[in-house]
Design a protein around this ligand. Structure first.
Ligand code: ADP
Ligand code: ADP
Length: 227
């Protein structure tokens, strides 16, 4: 029941020839289907870098990332993009919704990217996802007609549109007041149990990470045991 495995994964950035700086120093990590994991660590510890690599948006300098048991390092960009679209969902601190689109059309976006013009089945699915995040009555509203928490719910519904095995969330509650943050967090919990979707979320909020099943502490590019 493994979804993703990182083996001896390192990442260096080029900061001008001949200088390279290594920011991830050999990460070993396995995520399983029922995981609900917090990724925490000080600013600059490498969380975004790690999340980008796990999201197949960036490549490690060495080591390997397996997704559904498949090694990804030898894949070309197209294969990586297709795998990302099939297996992964993303939620960001800022929702990146399209302002000119209704909530429903925002959720339909990833489906359209995969299959072109949305059919009735896609529309039904998008409606069901909006209902799952408690927005069935607001599906015709545009993002600026919704609260911050509601907008983030739309972004979560959109991330689920392709039925990902793993949802990666970079500070999904970082821009919300504490009540909305709790509600959005509870929604991730519901998704993980009802949609069989593993969740890994970056958070600075210790009250939220304490409610996750597992916490990964990243310090200076290394995973350390909790103190
Ligand atoms: P990035 O991950 O893009 O490198 P960070 O999110 O780590 O940037 O943080 C930028 C700054 O904002 C850091 O000083 C971080 O500690 C602070 N910060 C971000 N989110 C929160 C939060 N929810 N509560 C407190 N401080 C935060
Ligand atoms: P976090 O998300 O925990 O704040 P980051 O992954 O953003 O950490 O950054 C980890 C380290 O990598 C930091 O020292 C940062 O300055 C450096 N870094 C991040 N992105 C780049 C880049 N594109 N080029 C060079 N250095 C980078």
């Amino acid at each position: 029941n493994e979804i993703m495995r990182l083996k001896a994964l390192k990442k260096s950035y080029n900061i001008g020839m001949p200088n390279e700086v290594e920011v991830l120093h050999g990460i070993n990590l396995t995520l399983s289907v029922d995981d609900f994991t917090a990724l925490v660590g000080p600013s600059g510890s490498g969380k975004s870098t790690l999340l980008n690599i796990m999201g197949l948006l960036d490549q490690p300098t060495s080591g390997e990332l397996y997704l559904h048991g498949q090694a990804t390092s030898a894949m070309d960009d197209l294969e990586r993009t297709q795998l990302r679209g099939r297996a992964l969902g993303f939620v960001f601190q800022f929702h990146h919704l399209i302002q000119a689109f209704s909530a429903l059309d925002n959720v339909l976006m990833p489906l359209m990217l995969h299959q072109g013009k949305p059919d009735n089945e896609a529309r039904d699915r998008a409606r069901a996802l909006l209902a799952a995040v408690g927005l069935e009555k607001l599906s015709d509203r545009r993002p600026n007609q919704l609260s911050g928490g509601q907008q983030q719910r739309v972004a979560i519904a959109r991330a689920l549109a392709t039925n990902p095995a793993l949802l990666l969330a970079d500070e999904p509650t970082g821009n919300l007041d504490s009540k909305s943050a709790e509600e959005v967090f509870a929604l991730f919990r519901k998704i993980q149990s009802e949609h069989d979707c593993a969740v890994l979320l970056v958070t600075h909020d210790p009250r939220l990470s304490a409610q996750c099943d597992r916490t990964i502490n990243l310090v200076d590019g290394r995973i350390v045991d909790a103190l």
